[in-house]
Design a protein around this ligand. Structure first.
Ligand code: SF4
Length: 327
């Protein structure tokens, strides 16, 4: 196994997807998770089926589903279960999506209320087929949740809205989510194979655009490690995110969903994740989650509360410093 900290090896040649049909490597002990068996897990599942909602937890075959659904934390995936892109890391189906469900916003809001969520994470498939990329449905979902359960804080994880980013971000920011997440996923060198439909700098611009519209919306972005990226490339992505004033960084281990997906190049140890976490904090992120099982929405509510407290503490410190200067 090559370590994430080994910088001596040359970057590997890029592979086509058809070269990647080898079986998944055995997972190290720190990746193994318990099978989902609890009563609360089944109740969460039943509610999602009743409301005709998709979840990224199931579609992405997330390893944390047993833990999260037992706590009734599910991440809803709006705009259907078929994506117009075909990223090499993602388990969601690709093809021509169905029509947008007009009842979906209300169903998401009802799910948030019935699960008793203090914080909800809503994501979507890419909808390059829609004139607004699906931004309007995000707006309706935010508005429905605010009506149904006004104390629930809202985190959205959006696609890049390729070719329609500015109006999409403007409309969503006007609806006022608490956290706007858009993942950079990997280092720019690996985009052509891992995220071929996206552009690294377009995703960075989206994050900048959110802050330009409303600096008080927390921004969040994440990367998967273990795809063949190098340590200094990860540091560079962190610097790029900080230049875009991203508040919250998530780093987690990439897991190969099927043998047809990009293979795992490294299983990064928990210690190396800790080291990246320390670097990220030193670079000024308000909040960092870095561990093998970290996912964008893992422990999102607890992390949001900590991030909000960190910002309040920072604002208080800045206003004390300003007071001293004027004294
Ligand atoms: S980490 Fe996120 S995607 Fe995975 S099960 Fe938990 S809420 Fe769902």
């Amino acid at each position: 196994m090559r370590s994430m900290t080994d910088l001596s090896s040359a970057p590997r040649a890029q592979q086509s997807l058809s070269d990647r049909t080898e079986p998944a490597r055995r997972k190290p002990d720190w990746i193994r998770v318990k099978a989902p068996v609890s009563k609360a897990y089944h109740e969460t599942r039943t509610l999602m089926r009743e409301l005709n909602l998709n979840t990224v937890c199931e579609e992405a075959a997330c390893p944390n589903i047993g833990e999260c659904w037992t706590k009734k934390h599910a991440t809803v995936m709006i705009l259907g279960d078929v994506c117009t892109r075909a990223c090499a890391f993602c388990n969601v189906k690709t093809g021509m999506p169905r029509k947008v469900d007009p009842l979906e916003p209300e169903h998401v809001a009802v799910a948030a209320a019935r699960l008793g969520l203090e914080h909800i994470v809503v994501t979507s498939v890419d909808r390059d087929d829609l004139p607004d990329g699906g931004a309007g449905q995000f707006v309706k979902v935010i508005e429905a949740i605010r009506r149904e359960t006004p104390n629930t804080t809202i985190e959205i994880l959006t696609p890049d809205f390729r070719g329609k980013m500015r109006p999409a971000v403007e409309a969503i920011c006007a609806a006022g989510p608490d956290v706007y997440n858009h993942n950079l996923e990997t280092v720019p060198r690996l985009y052509p194979t891992i995220r071929p439909g996206a552009r690294y700098y377009a995703s960075l611009r989206l994050l900048e655009e959110v802050k330009r519209h409303n600096p008080l919306i927390f921004t969040k972005s994440g990367m998967m490690l273990g795809l063949g990226e190098e340590r200094l490339e990860i540091h560079q992505v962190m610097d790029d995110m900080r230049s875009a004033e991203v508040d919250f960084l998530t780093l987690g281990q990439y897991l190969q969903p099927t043998p047809r997906h990009a293979k795992v190049e490294d299983f990064v140890t928990p210690q190396v994740f800790d080291a990246f976490g320390s670097v990220a904090r030193a670079k000024g992120f308000l909040q960092v989650a870095a561990s093998p099982l970290t996912r964008s929405s893992y422990h999102a509510g607890k992390d949001f509360a900590e991030m909000r407290a960190a910002r309040e503490a920072l604002f208080a410190k800045q206003s004390r410093a300003a007071g001293h200067q004027h004294a």
